[in-house]
Design a protein around this ligand. Structure first.
Ligand code: AMP
Length: 452
């Protein structure tokens, strides 16, 4: 077993980690930290919840502490690009925690949605660690308020989400302003072709480290699906929340509008709930997140993008009020309840129009989601004949949406559409499924088990 003391970390970092109560490094930490300390480029195939922030923060802090230089005006010695503001704040907090026993290491956060003035002032004298979202950073580079020509270490975090959110071009433009002689780290939960291309252009002689495929996280989570009509979803949610076992829950919706409505309905029903989504100001989002973390709010209603930054331990339940359109979002969503090795429960509300999403999810996770029919609002999802590939189109949403229109404004992703896909045929962009269920009939979603 690897210990933190085996990784070559300097004492102040070792002490900070011990102070956090971490007894042993997570797999990505054990594998990445020694390589990064050697100065190698690293490709980390890992999602949030695997301890990846600590895996890159510790070697970066060690580098800054050992190669003690002054950061140039407007410049940064290290840069972390991350897709959302919440993640940027979270990463900055983590750097503060892990770096607390070192001589002062300056951190600066740059993200959109707030005025640029304080960010420009903070960058005037330069910084040691710059944590930024791509859009605002590129703005400030173009305004010559930020100069990245002295960056020694560059981290591209959540590269696949960058792609999802349409940031890849901005990322490429930012990369062009970095010096060629640098250490680069790229993290991504999945490897779509565009990310694989980035890997080729950004990394040099890199070490590839792959940990915790989604299915491993998925396997730790007790999942079930409840068939319910759209109109009854809110009643079902209120019923479920009467159970005190749901101590801290994230409820996912596809749209901001729905997130607001669900939070309001819950509040009216006497539940402590709040909504978090992209229309809220950064401060409001952070307030809601803090209240949720502190246990003052029991239910946080969130959209997918807002949820990216939710790093809260002890989430007992994830409830998909609306099924995600993209199967990979399902894995991200339910992963919020199994952080740092804990188990969790994920419940999905599925109406008849969402059946095709459910099936796409089952293919992604290569296992059927057990059905729980024992609730007051059970609505059989229509004729449930044998589940076969050819059955798929017949179950597409019947709302008469024009083809190509996706609810919630979500964009299709590469080859990751909801269209029929061969069972078990993960393809090169799929994470490998830990051996779960791909064999046998080849249709693991047939003979659905009932939830206990
Ligand atoms: P991340 O993957 O960076 O989002 O981290 C997920 C969570 O794991 C965070 O809450 C960290 O505080 C926690 N964590 C990171 N490293 C360890 C460790 N070695 N032992 C226990 N918890 C950890």
């Amino acid at each position: 077993m690897t210990l933190f003391s085996d990784l070559g970390l300097i004492e102040p970092l070792f002490r900070a980690v011990a102070g956090q109560g971490y007894t042993k490094p997570t797999p990505i930490q054990a594998q990445a930290i020694p390589r990064l300390l050697e100065g190698r480029d690293v490709l980390g195939i890992a999602q949030t919840g695997t301890g990846k922030t600590c895996a890159f923060a510790l070697p970066m802090l060690q580098h800054l502490a050992q190669k003690n230089k002054k950061h140039p005006p407007k410049g940064a010695r290290t840069l972390i690009l991350t897709p959302t503001r919440e993640l940027a704040v979270q990463i900055a907090d983590d750097f503060a925690i892990y770096g607390k026993n070192l001589n002062h290491i300056k951190r600066t956060i740059i993200h959109g949605g707030v005025s640029q003035g304080p960010q420009v002032s903070a960058m005037a004298s330069g910084t040691d660690v710059l944590i930024a979202t791509p859009g605002r950073l590129l703005d400030l580079i173009n305004q010559r308020r930020v100069d990245l020509s002295a960056v020694e270490i560059f981290v591209l975090d959540e590269a696949d989400r960058m792609l999802d959110m349409g940031f890849i071009r901005d990322v490429q433009k930012i990369v062009r302003t970095l010096p060629k002689d640098r250490q680069t780290l790229l993290f991504s939960a999945t490897m779509p072709d565009a990310v694989a291309d980035l890997v080729k252009t950004l990394l040099r002689n890199h070490e590839r480290i792959e940990v915790t495929p989604p299915s491993t996280t998925v396997e730790r989570i007790a999942q079930k699906v409840m068939f319910v009509s759209r109109d009854n979803k809110r009643h079902l949610l209120a019923d479920l929340l009467k159970d005190g076992a749901i101590t801290r829950a994230i409820v996912f919706t596809r749209t901001k509008h729905c997130a607001n409505r669900v939070a309001e309905q819950l509040q009216k029903g006497g539940f402590s709930a709040d909504a978090i989504h992209g229309n809220k100001s950064q401060n409001a989002r952070q307030r809601s997140l803090n209240a949720f973390k502190d246990g003052k709010v029991r239910v946080l209603v969130a959209t997918d993008i807002a949820a990216r930054g939710i790093d809260v331990d002890g989430v007992s339940h994830v409830i998909n009020f609306e099924m995600p359109v993209e199967p990979e979002s399902y894995v991200h969503r339910i992963g919020r309840t199994a952080r740092a090795g804990m188990d969790g429960i994920a419940i999905s509300f599925c109406d008849r129009e969402e059946m095709s999403h459910l099936r796409a999810i089952e293919r992604q996770i290569r296992q059927p989601v057990p059905v729980d029919e024992k609730h007051a609002y059970h609505a059989a999802p229509g004729a449930r004949g044998p589940r076969s590939e050819s059955n798929d189109d017949g179950d597409r949403p019947r709302s008469g949406r024009p083809s190509g229109h996706r609810p919630g404004g979500q964009r299709p992703r590469g080859n990751n559409s909801n269209g029929p896909k061969k069972p078990g045929g993960g393809g090169k962009n799929r994470r490998r499924g830990g051996g779960g269920g791909g064999g046998g009939s080849g249709r693991p979603w047939e003979n659905r088990p009932q939830a206990a």
